[in-house]
Ligand binder design. Structure first.
Ligand SMILES: [Zn+2]
Length: 475
């Protein structure tokens, strides 16, 4: 509201209510939306990690013009189409490791609360009925546009009345729309109809979080009119502050333009996830501050996945050295808890997850240094320190939604994707590795080196580990 960073001061000690505007379920979620949902998912994870009891609400808009139009085009009943895309969204959210919110209300399940709020607004004199529609009268609400800081007169001038609407002023917006033939509708004091878009979030937020709550999130494109209208409805209805802090996520740019369904330049999340690992995509999203624009390019995705490969390779190495090993009690090299302190200080400042990933890089570099160039000769001390650092990674990764996989399994999946993408003949690779093993057993190192070079020419690097020989695709 102040366009500044704010201190998050819970309304109830130790508890936080968070509302995030969810998807309109008329098609598959695209990666621009996925970025926004991932940001808020990580915010919720972090606040819980910090000890808050968070109630997280993310809604589904399952009645809307877009849904009705898509249903007409596809010859499917609107409610079936919406229910189908709720299921598809849930599948995509699971694939992306998004937390399941505490409440995921749907418009179709919130009609009584919506009607009650619209009636309250009419009773309070800020809404009026016109031929079965009900509109919010912006001119009667002095606080309008306090979030977007827009100038009302400029807006009035640029707003054109849509035909068929009975508004008193161009900026008035629909709370309730009279039913049109063939559209989903419900009984109301103004005849059959359905809710306008904005009213649902006001009704749902108050239903699950109370008339005032802590934090509201959504994409930058929702500030106006959607969030502005949510504030107007809730504050004019309940006569209380709607929410204390707003967070708006930046856009994802594709080919220099904001990704949006209306522009048609969208990449569906599920298509992206055939090209890139879900955790690598999370890493990519988190690598830029949530408010800043993020450019989506093939190279940036490939870089994110290589980075994840480095992290997982490090974890595999650390695990091989430390699991099921007892290094005894004793001093550590350095202070592993400093990484936790640094991480928290970073994220406490406006959820700077990008900075947190930088700290994570430092932590992984330290683990590699301990293994490859140990600064002290005391092997048990190195072992204890590696174990302690590995525990820190575990703690941080729960917050970021990264490294939830077993390192070997993740690396194998990555290799399979690369093998497929580059058309590498896996049988040939395995045969060459067998030949190399045989050559080494015969101590024919010249032949072994020759085979290694042949593999390299195919883009394959063979690696000898304590667990035997394994291989990876280069680059
Ligand atoms: Zn909303």
């Amino acid at each position: 509201m102040t366009n500044q960073k704010e201190v998050l001061q819970p309304l109830r000690p130790g508890k936080l209510g968070i509302y995030v505007c969810g998807p309109t379920v008329y098609s598959y979620v695209h990666i621009g939306n996925a970025r926004s949902f991932t940001s808020f998912d990580t915010v919720v994870r972090y606040l819980r990690y910090r000890g808050f009891e968070v109630t997280y609400v993310r809604n589904y808009t399952d009645v809307d013009d877009k849904i009705i139009n898509a249903a007409k085009e596809q010859g499917e009943p609107a409610q079936e189409l919406a229910a189908r895309f709720v299921r598809e969204f849930e599948a995509d959210a699971r694939a992306m490791h998004l937390l399941v919110p505490d409440h995921s209300p749907k418009v179709t399940e919130t009609i009584p609360e919506i009607l009650a709020l619209v009636q309250k607004l009419v009773a309070n004199g800020v809404a009026y009925e016109a031929q079965g529609d009900v509109y919010f009268e912006v001119g009667k609400w002095p606080g309008y546009a306090k979030l977007s800081k827009r100038n009302l007169e400029d807006m009035q001038a640029s707003e054109r009345a849509t035909t068929g609407e009975q508004k008193r002023a161009p900026l008035d917006f629909a709370l309730w729309k009279a039913a049109k033939p063939g559209e989903p509708s419900w009984d109301s004091p103004w005849g059959k109809g359905r809710p306008g878009w904005h009213i649902e979030c006001s009704a749902m937020a108050s239903k699950f979080l109370g008339e005032t709550f802590d934090l509201h999130g959504g994409g930058l494109d929702l500030i106006f009119p959607h969030h502005e209208n949510e504030i107007a409805q809730s504050e004019a209805g309940f006569k209380k502050t709607f929410c204390n802090v707003w967070m708006h996520g930046g856009f994802l740019d594709l080919d220099g333009a904001k990704m949006s369904k209306s522009l048609g330049n969208v990449v569906r999340l599920r298509d992206a996830l055939t090209q890139i690992d879900a955790e690598a995509l999370r890493y990519f999203f988190l690598s830029t501050h949530y408010r800043s624009p993020l450019a989506f390019t093939d190279k940036s995705l490939a870089d994110a996945e290589s980075r994840m490969e480095y992290f997982y390779e490090t974890l595999r190495k650390v695990d091989a050295r430390t699991s099921n090993q007892d290094f005894g009690a004793g001093p550590l090299h350095g202070d592993p808890s400093k990484w936790v302190t640094d991480f928290e200080a970073c994220v406490d400042d406006d959820f700077n997850f990008a900075g947190a990933l930088g700290i994570l890089s430092g932590l992984f570099a330290t683990m590699n240094e301990l293994m490859d160039k140990p600064p002290v000769k005391d092997k048990p001390m190195i072992g204890r320190t590696l174990k302690a650092l590995r525990a820190v990674v575990g703690k941080i990764s729960l917050v970021l939604g990264l490294f939830e996989d077993e390192p070997g399994a993740w690396l194998l999946r990555r290799r399979d994707r690369q093998v497929k993408a580059r058309g590498i003949d896996q049988a040939k690779v395995e045969a060459l590795l067998n030949d190399r093993r045989a050559a080494r057993e015969k101590k024919d190192f010249a032949a072994s080196d020759q085979i290694r070079d042949a593999l390299k020419a195919m883009g394959i690097e063979s690696m000898d580990t304590p667990q035997g020989t394994t291989w990876k695709v280069l680059g």
